[in-house]
Ligand binder design. Structure first.
Ligand SMILES: [Zn+2]
Length: 1031
């Protein structure tokens, strides 16, 4: 009989046939499962912490019931499950069903075999696909249940702080017969229904799919499986109708984005990885075509050390090319805040791990979920053997739609990498018709690019891909009207994109995310820990390397440094360094920084001992003196404080050579001392012969001048060092987002608690301090310090912060006019507009910088330096530094408490390059080291110096696996083409260029000339050298 042409009723008829809610007594869905039976016995043991299997199974297990609730939050319950499969189920597919609010891992014969997480659509463990009579019908499993959900345990909303009272209910534990034939038919019908709905009424394929589905319902008697094959044949006919040659190809790759810590602690991530990856491996065993792209060396390392059996199986599937390590980095780090050297180490640690463990380097950088991407990344990728990049996060932009999905991304030095954003704007696809159509339609490079990535699988412990996703995509392999879907690999996709890339557009500069701009500031202690630990590891490496070069018996602490670097790199994960994690994670992160500081101090002392052993031997009859070490590659003249008689500290002015040391007995006298005087109106004037400042009673700069010029830095009628408090209530992502409208709520901080008072009357140093009340109950105390000869004024700031949803900034309105401000980034700098002309400009109302930002016009400018801040902005002539936020989710205590930080203002003549802003910002961040001694000698020693102020020697370290060689890394910091000579007093016998992975570059041998090693740079070029020592 002919069907009627009523689209709506036919659509809904098919929907009801598949419904989980309606008519399950007579529809197809209701037939998915057959007989059920309870487990034979269920008992549990509540573990005090995360314990290994061997320990767990030794415990006393107590009876448990389905329906019981377990806890506490972050706890673990181990269940012993005894199963007895009814003999009547012979020939049937039997599943063990486990549904709970927690995240489960099934253990069988002492091995993890399957993750079970409801939110990842993983509630079945398949016991047998066809029960044989010879098979044992009774067996015992263990289920390790983590008492937390896939996204932690937010109270009321996902990102709310975790609910400590939360309990985790076991709602199902049973055996069922699974009707595979019903399942296959359901998948057929779901795809057809989606095609009918989503292709739309203008598309004839929509109707072909719809009428086929309708006919299948007609053919199908749900009580009589013998009718199913005929229905399936109808579906197969539609699915086998092929596309034309021009159809788009989707490269599907299994994926499971696992945040290394976020709404759960690091320790739980280890188990999330195990649960997810064992599930993937199991799926691969049944689906040899399944590919799975997996990033983050740290996660592999966790699984390697905690789950060796599982890891061995992963290695097998890596060898088969199915389990595919990608990314090349230690973790998926934040893309903005880590220093240049940190980013290099992310790749160095990551790539070396992948090479060691799997015999290959990753060829793609993989960072789907980070909050913006530094313009220095293309060069760093290229230096680490990577020419391809995949992300999708810019699809989260709040203001502008990024114009490309496949393009060349060009960094500040001109390096380019082929970049692909999966056009479906997700890294957690489910293999549905809607998603493949979005991938096709949303692609911004139609006509240029006919291939796209499609990452499917539940992330964050959801266990990645499911059988159902694979079964859906099988039906869409090549079905007319839908893009072709093939299981593929990152390499296959990028190789095709590379072949036909001549038309692609190029995006120059940073990939700025127009969202989550609060992450430059949130969790100030984490930011401070990061900056400080980057400095500590830099200094330990410099000093230890020099110690080796001076004394071959000194042992370079290679393994300790690797361990400390890995802790620092782990904390750079894209929900930790940005501050978007729960309190438990913050505590872990701060603990890791404490560990780096503690171990770093010991290593530094050992290195100084190794480097200066002779000088540190107490000598009879000699007077007190101070050994001063400089880890930066230029000579510095600064005021230091050195310990005098017990309890007393004295100031001294010293000149220390570049990357070297000196011994100070008689301090230098500066050409001019600092003068400080308080005026009648309470204002304080300080001067050091370089700069002259006038501060009002509230500590605000009413004048800042370069001595000898009349040039005023502070804008007319304005005060600089003005604190301002903003309401900071975003739309949803509390710790992440500061919205543009917060700027409309600005309130200057003007409640004085203690007026400006002179604390040091001048000489080598002058200072004055004051206190303010900030908001309702926070206080801020600042000491403003001017040192002899210093070109900048320092602001040592202490804050007791007790706010809620407020944002504290400090502003410097300056007398400079420029349409662009300059911000330091990794190994270089870039400019961003100071105006709001276009939507792309105003979307950057809050941006990030590293150690400095600068606003300059021809011949004059003002720079703002800092020692641990990252958020900043420049609007018109006002430079702002973002100091503290107070979000309440996911950490209700974020930033509450005591903070100490320093920033500095530096007016200058000429350009920022000519004025040495870059060097001054380094000096502020890398204080000179002082060690009391009583040496009779007064040597001065320099290991390295560089002939050009444009070139910064950033890193000195021992080469990996080559104790007789060191690596030095330099970069061009001015944005210029320049030749520089690297001079050294060390016994170098060979010099060669190497890449960032420390592999010698072909033809990279450099002659050792009397003037040193000659190096040529283009703007922002990073160069690494291997120097082989005569030891
Ligand atoms: Zn993430």
């Amino acid at each position: 009989m002919a069907a009627l042409k009523h689209r709506r009723t036919v659509l809904e008829r098919v929907e009801k046939f598949l419904s989980e809610t309606y008519f399950t007594d007579c529809n197809l869905r209701g037939r998915l499962f057959g007989d059920r039976c309870p487990v034979a016995s269920l008992s549990y043991f509540q573990a005090p912490r995360r314990i290994p299997y061997d320990e767990a199974v030794e415990q006393d297990f107590r009876p448990a019931q389905v329906g019981d609730s377990f806890g506490p939050l972050w706890g673990t319950c181990w269940f012993k499950v005894e199963l007895s499969i009814p003999t009547a189920w012979a020939g049937r597919e039997v599943h063990f069903i486990w549904e709970s609010d927690g995240e489960g891992m099934v253990w069988r014969d002492a091995q993890p075999v399957q993750g079970l997480t409801k939110e990842g659509e993983k509630t079945s463990y398949i016991l047998t696909s066809s029960l044989k009579e010879t098979e044992p019908h009774s067996l015992m499993l263990y289920v390790e249940l983590a008492c937390n959900g896939l996204f932690g345990a937010g109270k009321g909303s996902m990102i709310a702080p975790p609910d400590p009272e939360k309990r985790f209910t076991l709602s199902k534990a049973e055996l069922v017969v699974f009707n595979r034939d019903v399942y296959e038919l359901l998948v057929d019908l779901e795809i057809l229904l989606d095609m009918a709905k989503l292709l739309g009424e203008e598309d004839q394929r929509s109707f072909q799919a719809l009428y086929t589905a309708n006919q299948m319902v007609n053919v199908c008697d749900v009580m009589d499986p013998s009718t199913f094959p005929a229905a399936r044949d109808l579906a197969a006919e539609i699915f086998s109708q092929r596309n034309g040659e021009s159809q788009h190809t989707i490269h599907a790759m299994g994926h499971c984005h696992i945040d290394s810590a976020w709404l759960w602690p690091y320790e739980e991530t280890i188990r999330k990885c195990a649960r997810s990856w064992v599930t993937v491996i199991r799926l691969m065993e049944h689906n040899p075509e399944l590919t799975f792209a997996c990033s983050q060396a740290q996660q592999f390392e966790w699984v390697r050390s905690v789950y060796p059996g599982l890891y061995a199986r992963i290695q097998d599937f890596v060898a088969k090319g199915q389990f595919i390590p990608v990314g090349g980095t230690w973790v998926e780090m934040d893309g903005n805040l880590p220093s240049g050297e940190s980013m290099v180490r992310q790749f160095l640690q990551g790539q070396r791990f992948f090479q060691e463990q799997f015999g290959r380097l990753c060829s793609e950088f993989w960072l789907p979920d980070t909050f913006g991407y530094s313009a220095q990344l293309p060069q760093l990728m290229r230096g680490c053997g990577i020419r391809r990049f995949l992300t999708q996060k810019l699809s989260w932009n709040l203001v502008n739609t990024f114009p490309h999905h496949t393009f060349f991304w060009e960094g500040i030095d001109g390096s380019r990498v082929l970049t692909h954003f999966p056009p479906g704007d997700s890294y957690g696809m489910h293999g549905q018709v809607e998603e493949v159509l979005k991938t096709l339609k949303n692609n911004k490079d139609k006509g240029y690019v006919n291939h796209s990535a499609f990452l499917f699988g539940f992330g964050d412990g959801g266990g990645g891909p499911t059988q159902k996703m694979l079964d859906r995509m099988k039906r869409m392999r090549d079905t007319d009207g839908l893009p072709r879907v093939q299981l593929s690999t990152p390499d296959q996709l990028f190789s095709i994109l590379e072949k036909d890339s001549s038309h692609l557009c190029t995006w120059v500069g940073e990939l700025f995310l127009e969202l989550h701009n609060g992450t430059y500031t949130t969790q100030a202690q984490i930011k401070k820990g990061n900056r400080e630990c980057e400095r500590i590891l830099h200094d330990v490496e410099v000093l230890s390397t020099l110690a080796v070069a001076r004394d071959s018996t000194f042992q370079y602490p290679a393994s300790q440094l690797q361990q400390l670097w890995r802790l620092l790199l782990l904390n750079q994960f894209h929900d930790v360094l940005p501050g978007s994690c729960i309190q438990l994670v913050v505590e872990d992160a701060l603990q890791y920084y404490t560990e780096i500081r503690r171990a770093g101090a010991v290593l530094q002392e050992e290195a100084v001992q190794g480097l200066c052993r002779d000088l540190l031997q107490p000598e009879v009859g000699s007077t007190q003196s101070t050994l001063v070490l400089n880890t930066l590659p230029w000579e510095r003249t600064e005021v230091i404080s050195r310990s005098g008689p017990p309890g007393a500290e004295t100031l001294a002015m010293v000149t220390v050579p570049s990357m070297g040391y000196t011994i100070v007995r008689e301090p230098l006298l500066p050409p001019q001392l600092v003068t400080v005087w308080k005026q009648e109106d309470g204002s304080v004037v300080m001067e050091n012969g370089v700069i002259a400042v006038c501060l009002d009673a509230m500590g605000r700069l009413t004048s800042l001048q370069l001595v000898g010029s009349e040039r005023e830095s502070v804008a007319d009628g304005c005060c600089a060092n003005q604190f301002a408090l903003f309401d900071d209530v975003p739309l949803y992502w509390d710790a992440w987002d500061v919205m543009d409208y917060h700027l409309e709520t600005r309130k200057p901080v003007t409640t004085l608690l203690k007026p400006l008072n002179v604390t040091l009357g001048g000489g080598l140093r002058g200072s004055a301090s004051f206190s303010l009340q900030v908001g309702k109950s926070s206080t801020l105390t600042q000491e403003i310090i001017l040192d002899a000869t210093s070109p900048y004024l320092r602001f040592l700031t202490q804050v007791e912060w007790k706010e809620a949803h407020k944002f504290l900034k400090v502003e410097f309105p300056v007398q400079v006019r420029s349409t662009n401000a300059t911000y330091e980034i990794q190994f270089g700098h870039l400019q961003r507009p100071t105006h709001r002309n276009t939507s792309w400009d105003w979307a950057r109302f809050e941006v990030w910088a590293h150690k400095w930002l600068d606003l300059s016009e021809h011949g004059f400018g003002v720079a703002l330096l800092n020692d641990c801040k990252y958020g900043a902005s420049a609007l018109g002539n006002v430079l702002s530094l973002s100091l503290l936020r107070a979000p309440k989710s996911p950490d209700a205590m974020a930033d509450i408490g005591y903070h100490e930080f320093t920033y500095a203002v530096m007016p200058h003549q000429g350009s920022l390059q000519e004025a040495g802003v870059i060097q001054c910002a380094y000096n502020l961040n890398f204080p000179l080291h002082t060690v009391p001694t009583s040496s009779a000698q007064c040597p001065t020693w320099s290991a390295f110096s560089v002939s050009s102020p444009a070139v910064v020697l950033e890193t000195v370290k021992q080469a990996e696996d080559r104790p007789e060689a060191m690596v030095v890394r330099l970069y061009e910091a001015h944005g210029s083409t320049v030749v520089a000579w690297l001079q050294t007093s060390l016994p170098v016998k060979e010099a060669m260029l190497c890449d960032l992975l420390e592999q010698p570059v072909k033809g990279g041998c450099l002659p050792l000339e009397p003037g040193g090693v000659r190096l040529s740079f283009t703007p922002f070029h990073v160069l690494s050298l291997l120097l082989v020592l005569e030891l």
